[in-house]
Design a protein around this ligand. Structure first.
Ligand SMILES: Cc1ncc(COP(=O)(O)O)c(C=O)c1O
Length: 444
C-alpha cells in the first residue's frame, strides 16, 4: 500500500515536472491539462511566520502577569503595546501610532479625531470593506460613493463630481496590497480643502513611490486581523503626524482619557476630554504584533519576490491586461489580476485555470457596498440617525445606479491570490498555467 502510494506520488511529480517544463518552454499541453497535482491555494500570511518569537512574547506577558497595557502588579510598567506603537510609527515614518483592537475601531478613532459628524460628507470607493461605510455612518456623517478604476481603488477622475461644500474627508483605501494613485488624489483633496484618511488595512507594508502607505495623508488606519500582512488574530492601528489628530484618536479609544504616555509623546495636551469608547489593545496582542512587526520586511520581501516571478514569467505575452498598479514597486503582490473584454471571457479563463489546478477568483477582500441591502435601504440602529435625516441624506441614492463602472470592472477581472510562502515551483506553476490558458482561450 505504502509502495503504491509512493509510486503514484512519484508518477504525479514526474508528470507535473514534464508539464511544467513543457509549458514553460512554450510546449503543447492541451487545454485543461493540469500543471500540478493539487489545486494551488494561498494561505494566511502572518501566521505562517509565527515561531518562538511570538511564543516568547505571549510567555513574557503570562509570566509578568501584566496583560493590561497601562498598568499591572509588577515593578516595571507593561510595555508591549507601547513598544509596538513606537516601532510601528517608526516603520510607517509617522510621528505617532496608536494601537487599537481592530481596523474597524481604528476607522472610528480616525473619524472622531477628524471631528467628522452630522452634516459632513465623506467620499469613499464603492468597492471596499463594510467598516469604511459603517465608520462614516456611526459618526453620523453621510457616505458618498465614488467609482473605482482598473486598479480596484478609488478613481481620481471620479472624485470632483462628488465634492460639495459639505465634503470633509476622502477615504482612500489601498486595496489588496495595491496603493492608490496618490499623486492624483492628494492635489484634488488639497485644492478642495478636504482631509485624506488612508485606509491601509489591506496594504500593511506597501509603499507608494518610496514612502510607506499611511504616511501620505492626514491620518491612516491599519488592520492586523488574520487576513492581513501581519496579525494577532485581531488588531488595528492609527497613525498620523498631527499631534491634535493623535490626541483625538487616543482619547476616543480610551473613554476620553489622554494617558500620560501618549501625552508625553504628543508634547502635552491640546483639548478637553470628550465622550469616547474602549478600543484599547491588550499586552498579549501587543507582544505578538511586536514579533510580527519585526518580520514585516521579510514577509513583504517574500510576497514581492513571488509576485515578480509571475510578472516576469508572463511579461512577454502580448495584449495581457493586468490590474493597474500606480506604483508596481510599492505594491505587495497580494494578487495577480487580469482584465478581460467580458464576463463570459473571464469565466472561460477561470474554468481553464481551474482545470490547470491554479484556480483564480474575481476581486476579493472587499464588497460592492452600494448594492448591499442594508446600505441601499439606509438601515441604521435608530430611525432618526443623523446621516440620513437631512434633505441630502434623504435624497442620496445608493444601489447599482451609483457605481456602474465599478460593477463592470469587478465583472471583468479575475486573478491568482498570492502567498509569500509559495515556492519557486508554485510560481512556476502559475506562470505555466497562465501561458497555457493564454494560448488556448486567446486574450482580448
Ligand atoms: C479596507 C478595509 N478597511 C477596514 C477593515 C477593517 O479591519 P478589521 O477587520 O480589523 O476591523 C478591513 C478589513 O478587512 C478592510 O479590508
Amino acid at each position: 500500500m505504502a509502495r503504491a502510494d509512493s509510486f503514484r506520488r512519484c508518477t504525479m511529480v514526474k508528470r507535473r515536472e514534464f508539464l511544467t517544463a513543457a509549458l514553460l518552454a512554450g510546449g503543447t499541453a492541451a487545454r485543461g491539462d493540469s500543471v500540478r497535482a493539487t489545486p494551488l491555494k494561498a494561505d494566511f500570511w502572518g501566521t505562517q511566520y509565527y515561531d518562538d518569537k511570538e511564543q516568547q512574547q505571549i510567555m513574557d506577558v503570562l509570566s509578568s502577569r501584566q496583560p493590561f497595557r497601562w498598568y499591572g502588579s509588577g515593578n516595571t510598567p507593561p510595555l508591549k503595546v507601547a513598544t509596538f506603537e513606537k516601532e510601528f510609527a517608526a516603520r510607517i515614518e509617522t510621528r505617532y501610532a496608536l494601537a487599537v483592537t481592530s481596523g474597524t475601531a481604528a476607522l472610528q478613532c480616525a473619524m472622531a479625531a477628524l471631528r467628522i459628524g452630522p452634516g459632513d460628507e465623506v467620499i469613499l470607493p464603492a468597492w471596499t470593506w463594510h467598516s469604511c461605510y459603517s465608520a462614516i455612518v456611526l459618526a453620523g456623517a453621510l457616505p458618498v460613493f465614488a467609482e473605482i478604476d482598473e486598479s480596484f481603488n478609488i478613481d481620481p477622475s471620479d472624485l470632483e463630481r462628488h465634492i460639495t461644500p459639505q465634503t470633509k474627508l476622502l477615504l482612500a483605501a489601498h486595496l489588496q496590497g495595491n496603493p492608490c494613485d496618490m499623486d492624483r488624489l492628494l492635489p484634488i483633496a488639497k485644492r478642495h480643502g478636504i482631509r485624506v484618511l488612508e485606509d491601509c488595512a489591506q496594504s500593511v507594508g506597501a509603499s507608494y513611490k518610496g514612502r510607506p502607505v499611511g504616511s501620505l495623508g492626514d491620518i491612516a488606519i491599519y488592520s492586523l486581523q488574520l487576513n492581513k500582512t501581519i496579525t494577532a488574530g485581531e488588531g488595528g492601528a492609527v497613525v498620523t503626524n498631527d499631534p491634535v489628530l493623535f490626541e483625538g484618536a487616543s482619547r476616543f479609544h480610551d473613554v476620553g482619557v489622554f494617558r500620560a504616555l501618549h501625552e508625553q509623546a504628543a508634547g502635552g495636551h491640546r483639548m478637553d476630554p470628550f465622550a469616547g469608547t474602549n478600543f484599547r489593545m491588550n499586552e498579549f496582542s501587543g507582544g505578538v504584533l511586536l514579533a510580527q512587526l519585526h518580520k514585516l520586511d521579510t514577509i513583504v520581501r517574500d510576497a514581492r519576490t513571488n509576485a515578480r516571478r509571475v510578472y516576469d514569467g508572463i511579461r512577454d505575452l502580448p495584449n495581457l491586461k493586468l490590474r493597474r498598479l500606480p506604483d508596481p514597486d510599492g505594491e505587495l503582490g497580494a494578487g495577480i489580476y487580469f482584465g478581460f473584454r467580458s464576463t463570459e471571457h473571464r469565466e472561460r479563463f477561470a474554468a481553464a485555470m481551474k482545470n490547470a489546478n491554479v484556480p483564480v477568483a474575481p476581486p476579493v477582500g472587499s464588497v460592492l457596498l452600494p448594492t448591499q441591502e442594508y446600505i441601499e435601504q439606509k438601515c441604521t440602529v435608530h430611525p432618526a440617525w443623523p446621516s440620513f435625516t437631512s434633505a441630502r441624506g434623504r435624497s442620496i441614492q445608493y444601489g447599482a445606479v451609483c457605481c456602474p463602472r465599478t460593477i463592470d470592472i469587478l465583472n471583468r477581472y479575475a486573478g491568482v491570490l498570492m502567498d509569500p510562502k509559495f515556492s519557486k515551483r508554485d510560481t512556476d506553476d502559475i506562470v505555466a498555467a497562465i501561458r497555457s490558458v493564454y494560448r488556448t482561450i486567446g486574450w482580448n
